[in-house]
Design a protein around this ligand. Sequence first.
Ligand code: PAF
Length: 283
Amino acid sequence: MIFLTEKAPLQAFISEKKLQGKSIGFIPTMGALHKGHLSLIATAQKKNDFVVVSIFVNPTQFDKEEDLINYPQTLNADRKLLENISCDVLFYPSVEEIYQNTITSKSFYFDGLEHKMEGKFREGHFNGVGTVVKTLFEIVNPDVAYFGEKDFQQLQIIKKMVQKHNLKIQIEGCPIFREKDGLAMSSRNVRLEKQQRKAAPFIYKTLLKASKKFSEHKASEILIWVKEEFKKQPLLTLEYFTIADEETLESIQTKENNKNYRAFIAVFAGNIRLIDNIKLKHS
Ligand code: PAF
């Protein structure tokens, strides 16, 4: 595996491969790699000639300094994992390489998707994500980029960015990878204390029950039920639960037959924030 920290040699490598007619798959990450990331990479490897993974803990997408400082950084382990699965290139830029001297995000308009859910609770988060992903896309110039559906809102926002900026990149969403007990895989899970880790699968269990209720109950009734369920969980604090249209991310009151819906949730275990979502079936 080629390990690069600067954009110039990466761009030279990619230009050469593109001249040879090779396709490039790209997985941007913030490191602390887990099986969810590895599944994205495996999908990219099946469908592309070369796969580039980036690890960059992006400061502008954190709304809380504490969350940025505590974000797990496990470069050596990540590098070994990537070598074991024969990833072609690991790009590990410094903050200066990405932002030069001004560590600020650009302002994006994603047709209002940025103000819903995560955007409502994490000030400036999607401007930070948009800034770094666009910069990484400009450097890597991939044919296809892969994102996990755990961050479904992020996935929709990146699709919107590609469309609005006319980028010639295909965006592929990949299914959520879960631990055996249902907890959605996340780099943040390693920060959970033992008791919090034991309590956390309740999030997915609740989503599953909510999805079963969806065919017979109104969204507002399910929201009340979810709030009550979390009141019984001393180690978990519900930040939001909503049932929303997959395209507009608008919370719904009534179901329409030709629309696709998902339930979205954000929960605190201590100061660790966990998110998850589930696709809903309705008749
Ligand atoms: O999903 C993530 O890990 C990050 O938001 C991303 C897409 C790598 C941008 O920093």
